[in-house]
Design a protein around this ligand. Structure first.
Ligand SMILES: Cc1ncc(COP(=O)(O)O)c(C=O)c1O
Length: 377
């Protein structure tokens, strides 16, 4: 049975062209700065985002970590969204490795932080008791709010708040290109206000490995040193950078433009799910009042919802039909569209959803934590 794997866009496999490019990549020792393919990738990423320099790293988590290490001194503090990846999903590396704390702010349903709350979250540097605010971090697209894209105007506003507080702005752009395509903005407009940004090659762009961090030359030098400290200095790593260069090509040759297909597929899935009894909105910060799933909230490649069924049994029933999803925090379920999932697969998945709903025992939706349910009030 063919498998339609909607667990994440991280499950994408490299294209045949990527595999060939990996085999044929010109390589050198990247720690000596000798790998021409890595250099070309870093330069291409920096050029696309209007920054001075780039750094190829092993993962999105490493990108965020080296950015924090470059920006922060021990004992400093980052202001970030409560549901953001650096807060929820990076094993507290900010504390364990960087020696920093994070002050969290609740995301609004559109994935943004209230700029006034960010301003108010800055610590008083004259008070000996308080940590020192050293960084503001936002996530674009914003995963937990259905991967909402954050606008250039919002990014500029937050960057201004950061600047007024004398600290840099970091953008965790693991799915930055989804935001670019969803908004139809120029990448430089979305990245411009940020002092640093990291984006993943290994997610929707279908590369097997890696992320790129971009910023000023000085910042990238510090990030490079941080990468070495973490053991992330790799040698003939052009074999991994080569697919990234293909993915970042302009037009239909690259992997950016085609993200519009993933977004259309996600919207189609959401429209069909919205019509099914038993599928309800996420009921948390993404869509605070449980009710019909609102397909208009699907603007990129995530569909997040709740199911009035025994959730593990429902996910199993889908898996038996070859459709893979993941349980998401707060009793939710997530489906993600990506390269390799075609329009016809979405229609097959929709049939499987109907059958799985019919077959699975009813169960009340798990309530969202109050602090989340209230977040959008
Ligand atoms: C918003 C966000 N940031 C960072 C990451 C980390 O990426 P990686 O899995 O490559 O470490 C992820 C991964 O899913 C993510 O969703």
């Amino acid at each position: 049975m063919p498998v339609i794997d909607l667990r994440s866009d991280t499950v994408t496999k490299p294209t045949p062209e990527m595999r060939r490019a990996m085999a044929e990549a010109e390589v050198g020792d990247d720690v000596f700065g000798d790998d021409p393919t890595v250099i070309a990738l870093e330069e291409r990423a920096a050029e696309l985002l209007g920054k001075e320099a780039g750094l190829f790293v092993a993962s999105g988590a490493m990108g965020n970590l080296v950015a924090q290490m470059a920006h922060l001194a021990r004992g400093e503090e980052t202001i970030a969204g409560e549901q953001s990846h650096i807060v929820m999903d990076e094993a507290a590396s900010h504390a364990v490795v960087v020696g920093s704390s994070i002050r969290v702010i609740r995301e609004r349903p559109d994935g943004t932080l209230d700029p006034g709350e960010v301003r108010a979250a800055f610590r008083d540097p004259t008070d000996v008791h308080e940590p020192i605010t050293g960084l503001v971090a936002i996530e674009n697209a914003n995963a937990h709010t259905m991967n909402q894209p954050l606008s250039a105007a919002y990014t500029r506003e937050i960057a201004q708040v950061a600047r007024d507080g004398g600290v840099p702005l970091h953008v965790d752009g693991a799915r930055f290109w989804n935001a670019v395509v969803a908004l139809g903005d120029r990448p430089t407009d979305l990245a411009g206000p940020a002092d640093s940004l990291t984006f993943c090659l290994s997610k929707a762009l279908a590369c097997p490995v890696g992320s790129v961090v971009v910023g000023s030359r000085d910042f990238i030098w510090k990030a490079r040193r941080a990468r070495k400290l973490l053991g992330g200095g790799m040698r003939q790593v052009g074999v991994l950078a080569a697919p990234g260069l293909l993915a970042l090509r302009d037009g239909p040759a690259g992997m950016i433009e085609r993200l519009a297909d993933d977004h259309a597929n996600a919207r189609r899935l959401a429209e069909a799910l919205a019509e099914m009894d038993g599928i309800v909105s996420a009921g948390d910060v993404a869509q605070p009042t449980p009710g019909r799933l609102d397909p208009a909230r699907v603007t990129t490649n995530f569909v997040i919802f709740k199911v009035e069924r025994d959730r593990p049994a429902f996910i199993d029933a889908l898996e038996r039909r070859g459709v893979l999803l993941v349980a998401y925090p707060h009793g939710q379920v997530r489906a993600v569209t990506h390269y390799g999932v075609e329009q016809a697969d979405i229609e097959t998945a929709i049939d499987a959803f109907r059958q799985a709903l019919a077959e699975t025992d009813h169960a009340p939706v798990e309530p969202s934590p109050d602090r989340l349910a209230g977040a959008a009030a």
